[in-house]
Design a protein around this ligand. Structure first.
Ligand SMILES: C[S@@+](CC[C@H](N)C(=O)[O-])C[C@H]1O[C@@H](n2cnc3c(N)ncnc32)[C@H](O)[C@@H]1O
Length: 218
C-alpha cells in the first residue's frame, strides 16, 4: 500500500505523521512525545522492575517508542531486547523530517532505527538489541516470549481486526508471567477482549484523555 502521509507539529513541539489513507495520526496531536512517554514509557517500561526486558511493539511507525525505550535503557542501564513489527514502513525521507533525533544524546540513534536492515538483529549499544519485522501482525506467529508489549496499532474504528480477541490471545500466549501490555485505547471492546484473552486489565489515567490501559498476565 502507498504510504500517503504528511508531517504535523503537535502541541509539545514534537512532530507526528498523519496517514491520509487511514485518516489517522500516529500520535496524539496534543503531544506526540508526551503521549509516548506517558503511555509506553511511564506506564509500561518503567513499571517493570527487571533489569533485562524483552519488548515487542505492534506498529513501529515513526520509531518514537523505540527511540524513547533506547534512551531509558541507556539511562537505567537495563538490557533491552526490542522487537517491533510494521506492515507499512515510512520512507527514510519522512523519517529524516521528524524532529526526534535531538531527543537522545546519541543523535544518530533515531535514524539508525530506520536505516538498519529489516528482519535482522542489531546491537545499538551494550543495552539495546533491536530487530524490526516487516509483516502484517495479524499473520505473524511469535517465536519468543516477551515481558512487555507496546500495542500501538491505529484505532479500533479504523482497524477492528487488530484489537480482536484472537490477536490478544496470541499476545497473551507470548507474554511471560507478570508481563504486561500497554495501549493508548481504553475502549470497552478492547478491555473486554483483553480480559477474555486472560489478562487482568487496569485503567490508568490517560494523556489528555480519560484513560489508557495496562493489562497484566498473572
Ligand atoms: C498509531 S501508529 C503508531 C506507530 C508508532 N508506534 C509510532 O510511535 O510512530 C500505528 C502503526 O501501526 C502500523 N500497522 C497498522 N496495521 C498493521 C499491521 N496489520 N501489522 C503491522 N503494523 C501495522 C501502521 O502502519 C502504523 O505505523
Amino acid at each position: 500500500m502507498m504510504n500517503k502521509s504528511e508531517i504535523l507539529t503537535t502541541e509539545d513541539g514534537s512532530f507526528t505523521i498523519k496517514n491520509n489513507l487511514f485518516d489517522e495520526t500516529y500520535h496524539s496531536v496534543n503531544g506526540a512525545y508526551a503521549e509516548s512517554m506517558h503511555v509506553f514509557i511511564n506506564s509500561g517500561f518503567l513499571h517493570l522492575q527487571a533489569t533485562t526486558i524483552n519488548v515487542f511493539e505492534v506498529g513501529f511507525g515513526t520509531g518514537l517508542n523505540a527511540l524513547l525505550t533506547f534512551i531509558e535503557a541507556q539511562k537505567l542501564k537495563k538490557k533491552v531486547n526490542y522487537v517491533c513489527i510494521e506492515k507499512f514502513p515510512i520512507d527514510i525521507k519522512q523519517a529524516k523530517s521528524l524532529n526526534y533525533d535531538k531527543l537522545s544524546e546519541d543523535k544518530s540513534a533515531f535514524l539508525k532505527l530506520h536505516t538498519l536492515e529489516w528482519n535482522k538483529k542489531h546491537y545499538l549499544s551494550d543495552y539495546f538489541e533491536f530487530s524490526k519485522i516487516c509483516q502484517d501482525f495479524t499473520l505473524y506467529s511469535f517465536i519468543q516470549q516477551f515481558d512487555l508489549v507496546y500495542f500501538d496499532a491505529f484505532s479500533y474504528e479504523t482497524q477492528p481486526e487488530m484489537w480482536s480477541l484472537e490477536i490478544f490471545e496470541k499476545i497473551y500466549k507470548s507474554i511471560n508471567k507478570n508481563g504486561i501490555i500497554v495501549t493508548y485505547s481504553s475502549k470497552g471492546i478492547v478491555k473486554q477482549n483483553l480480559r477474555a484473552a486472560g489478562f487482568f486489565v487496569k485503567r490508568l489515567k490517560g494523556f489528555k484523555k480519560r484513560h489508557i490501559l495496562r493489562a497484566e498476565k498473572f
